[in-house]
Design a protein around this ligand. Structure first.
Ligand SMILES: N[C@@H](CCC(=O)N[C@@H](CS)C(=O)NCC(=O)O)C(=O)O
Length: 206
């Protein structure tokens, strides 16, 4: 059975929702950041990067959200989260998810994880102050150029949707008013109404 290592309020939410949408049998294991469990020897044996998400499969452990989402999508082709067989259509989804992973998530991480990039407290403070404008720029691009609507890629729901939902949920905490991005905000509202999303969020709160 698939096993997802997750932490509430992190990017692992995207993989969690995708698993629920897929109809897969899976179990979850919480990694408690307040106890630094992501750096524990037990967890580092699962993911030496010390990060969530990590998905344990019969073939080994997968890390990196775009890879996990693509794996779930390819493993459950008939589900709402199944990925298209057309190479170009699939690459467009990967392009969107890669942007979220390599640019948007990294822009966000400068708020709490500045020590990854600098030791000087003034430099860390300067990076923190830049987060709101960087996240605004990213979501401006998503809103005006990248988001097709009604779902991220257009008419068909895809593995890009839970990922956008997850990162859009960080806007307020990053000092950005989501009302500036009506399409993204409406997407967030519609995502929150999906049974799979409701189920995962209820489980995380419980
Ligand atoms: N590129 C990775 C990023 C994973 C990542 O940075 N996860 C964060 C939570 S959103 C984490 O585990 N942070 C723990 C830490 O930095 O100690 C992905 O997309 O899966």
């Amino acid at each position: 059975m698939l096993k997802l290592y997750f932490t509430p309020a992190t990017c692992s939410l995207a993989s969690h929702i995708a698993l629920e949408e897929s109809g897969a049998r899976y179990e979850v294991q919480r990694v408690d950041f307040s106890r630094q469990e992501q750096r524990s020897p037990e967890f580092l044996r699962v993911n030496p990067k010390g990060r969530v998400p990590a998905l344990v499969t019969d073939d080994g452990v997968l890390t990196e959200t775009p890879a996990i989402l693509a794996y779930i999508g390819q493993s459950f082709p008939g589900s709402p989260i199944g990925v298209p067989s057309d190479p170009f259509a699939f690459a467009r989804i990967q392009s969107f998810n890669s942007y979220l992973c390599s640019t948007v998530h990294v822009a966000h991480a400068h708020k709490r994880r500045g020590s990854r990039w600098a030791d000087d407290p003034a430099a860390i403070e300067a990076m923190t102050l830049k987060v709101a404008s960087n996240m605004s720029d990213c979501f401006e691009l998503i809103e005006t150029d990248m988001f097709a609507g009604p779902w991220v890629m257009g008419e068909t729901y895809s593995i890009a949707d839970p990922y956008l939902f997850t990162l859009a949920g960080w806007l307020e905490g990053d000092g950005v008013d989501p009302a500036r991005f009506p399409k993204v905000l409406d997407h967030r509202r519609r995502m929150a109404e999906r049974p799979a999303v409701k189920k995962v969020l209820a489980a995380l709160e419980g």
